[in-house]
Design a protein around this ligand. Structure first.
Ligand SMILES: [Zn+2]
Ligand SMILES: [Zn+2]
Length: 384
């Protein structure tokens, strides 16, 4: 899991192939991966097949549900208004008849995320964003996923604006907010300062989910690592596939805010992400351990949202954000080292059946994957 993960522009593994320029080069099954030609497509088929057929299958199910909803024979009756796509925008879930469609769309969007290409993430994001437009109350937990996808796509400003809107409009900070009232402003924060010290807003109980807290931690960590890289002369936050070795490390916000690196900004980012790490830990003590261990998240089957503090909540947040962490060069390692560097505030609990002391201070020894694997394999609960 320590291997650098990439968000590939297209998927084809050859150096020359830059990205999806020609729609004719898209895989006809999933339509979100691209190849330079038939030879490489054939070569990749074996490893791509499962995700590809699943995406196709969920897309067809969604198409079926959508046409059923649009041509609903019960439309116009009291329980099923005509043309919900124009008359019930923002309040979809309150109409029972829309739920099969919304669930199918949720499944189709999630399936797209099995493929780690920019077109796949963009398409999933488009689904989730439109689902929020149709159903502001977000009964399926779509809002948990939107900001982390924006971050993966280097859209840091939109990511922060989204997180902030959701936090300040939470049940606690704005108890008057009525999600069913489509005349109220919605997601209308634009251009908020992503480097501001506003951790407090996010730590209040309300609509700030564990996934949002983890995403915000990663966003601040991106800035920190980027600034640190500028000072030390190496290291960038974003991993890039070999076919895209351009020195791009983030979106335009990242470029602007780190083009003239200030030591004070770096220190601020360090303080902020550390505080957020603790906020995540206060909300759920399982999350960091699962992330650092490289655990495979198990998506909880129960109702959304899972109970605050429960391991199911940690698994769901890991499911949402794990890939973004893995695509951020040095992020997981920084979290782990931060923990070791401040033993007094140790927040990653490590299962240790032998009772052996973790050698605090001997950081290098604990950096490698071997140690983690050892910890993992000695965990009886991991024998899934
Ligand atoms: Zn190729
Ligand atoms: Zn495909």
């Amino acid at each position: 899991m320590d291997e650098q993960a990439f968000l590939a522009p297209a998927r084809c593994f050859c150096e020359e192939f830059e990205g999806p320029k020609d729609p004719a080069l898209a895989c006809s099954g999933c339509k979100v991966v691209y190849y330079c030609g038939a030879a490489h497509q054939k070569e990749d088929r074996k490893s791509h097949k499962a995700a590809c057929s699943f995406i196709k299958q969920t897309r067809e199910k969604l198409e079926h549900e959508e046409s059923a909803l649009r041509n609903n024979p019960g439309a116009g009756e009291w329980c099923m208004p005509a043309d919900v796509f124009t008359t019930r925008v923002g309040r979809f879930w309150s109409i029972d008849g829309t739920r099969a469609y919304m669930k199918a769309r949720f499944a189709a969007a999630n399936a797209l995320l099995l493929v780690h290409t920019i077109p796949a993430v963009e398409m999933a994001l488009a689904h989730f964003t439109d689902m929020l437009r149709l159903n502001r109350n977000d009964d399926l937990g779509v809002a948990d996923i939107v900001p982390v996808l924006l971050l993966r796509l280097d859209r840091e400003q939109e990511c922060y604006d989204f997180l902030k809107w959701w936090a300040v409009t939470s049940a606690e900070t704005d108890p008057e907010h009525d999600y069913a009232d489509v005349n109220l402003p919605y997601l209308d924060i634009h251009g908020a300062d992503a480097l501001e010290r506003e951790e407090g807003i996010f730590q209040r109980r309300g609509r700030t989910s564990l996934s949002h807290l983890a995403t915000l931690t990663l966003l601040k960590l991106h800035f920190f690592l980027e600034l640190k890289g500028k000072f030390t002369g190496h290291g960038t936050t974003k991993g890039r596939s070999p076919s895209q070795q351009i020195p791009k490390t983030g979106g335009s916000l990242m470029e602007t805010r780190t083009s003239q690196p200030k030591a004070l900004d770096m220190i601020q980012m360090n303080i902020q992400y550390s505080r957020l790490m603790h906020a995540v830990n206060n909300a759920n003590q399982h999350f960091w351990e699962l992330l650092v261990d490289g655990a495979t998240p198990v998506v909880p089957k129960g109702a959304y949202p899972p109970a605050p503090g429960a391991i199911e909540e940690a698994h769901l947040a890991l499911h949402h954000t794990q890939r973004a962490w893995q695509e951020s060069k040095g992020a997981i390692k920084t979290i782990e080292e931060q923990d070791i560097a401040s033993p007094g505030a140790k927040i990653i609990r490590v299962y240790n059946p032998e009772g052996a002391k973790r050698p605090i201070g001997d950081v290098a020894r604990w950096k490698g994957t071997e140690t983690l694997d050892l910890i993992k394999s000695s965990k009886p609960s991991d024998a899934s």
